[in-house]
Ligand binder design. Sequence first.
Ligand code: SF4
Ligand code: SF4
Length: 406
Amino acid sequence: MQLTQRAPASERLVDLFERGLAAPICLTWELTYACNLSCTHCLSSSGRRDPRELTTDQAKAVIDELEAMQVFYVNIGGGEPTVRPDFWELLDYATAHHVGVKFSTNGVRLTPEAARRLARNDYVDVQISLDGATAEVNDAVRGAGSYDTALRAMSNLADAGMKNFKLSVVCTRHNIPQLDEFKALADRYGAQLRLTRLRPSGRGADVWDELHPLPEQQRQLYDWLVAHGEQVLTGDSFFHLSAYGKSLPGLNLCGAGRVVCLIDPVGDVYACPFAIHDDFLAGNVREPGGFAQVWRHSPLFEKLREPQTGGACASCSFYDTCKGGCMAAKFFTGLPLDGPDPECVQGYGEQLLADRGAVPKPSGDHSHRRRPRPVDVTLTRHRPAPDRPPVTACAEDPLAGTDFRA
Ligand code: SF4
Ligand code: SF4
């Protein structure tokens, strides 16, 4: 992958990233909105398949384009991507065309045979989603039986010899006290723990107020992340917590439209997986010029790559690492984009939330028309090198695989 411009020797790479790259480093592709589950906090409001979904041939054309752009890997999600009948065909096509695949799944289709197939492919990585270290906590948000499904999938992967797959957790008020248990669970299956931030996107907007971590839990999470360093992956999603002191590993910037973007199941391209709203829609891969045209020349992405002023956060002494936090979190909680994050560790977000006006609604709702019965529980606690595929490295080190020669 080439950078769009050569950085002067004195310039930090992060400054260059803020102006955008010739191809995204972290590209998420949601293959389908269809899902067997109805998680309360689903960022894409998934459930039902969209009949306009990209066909197999159209999806392969996108992969061809990614290969030509030297996108080394793609994060595939959904919905539940494995329920697409052509999922395995597309996975094999991508890896045969030098596009590594990391996909997120609730585990429903990870049979022993599927796990053995994945373990044989060096250019695939898997993330099993689990949002509670116990069935009680997990199933309350992901649905009855989803804990057992995820553990069965992890067991199948471990038995198949799949090393270092990911156990992916969205941090909530109810599972922050289980951080050590998550780590032990990941270790038990030879997996690596990945923690990410709950955003008020999709159905997550409906439950954010009751699920997002309490201020004291944010501190607990920060301290835990500092103590566990590089052992635990975060996808750079907690950089707003760096305002507590020491910076967490990562780029510490909002990469939306600069190094990050989303292709949704119908081919729409958004600035970020957590920003599915017309305000962040940059184009569609089916338009002339395809994905490359959208990525390189859409007016929205060009605007996002302009220098940011910092707005109300500019005078904060932590702005250099916190950068005012997450654009999507601000947008979907109704806060100004040039102000503090709703979970600002200095407490400014809480003040703004108390005075906010109308909150924007996410675009599109693909939820099952009949949601499953809620779980009745009372929570008691709250191009690749041949020897090392790029998927795992790129996953958490946005610099991995980047060719810095102009
Ligand atoms: S909007 Fe939030 S989640 Fe998306 S790239 Fe920016 S900081 Fe990350
Ligand atoms: S005021 Fe803004 S820059 Fe400072 S900690 Fe809060 S969100 Fe971050």
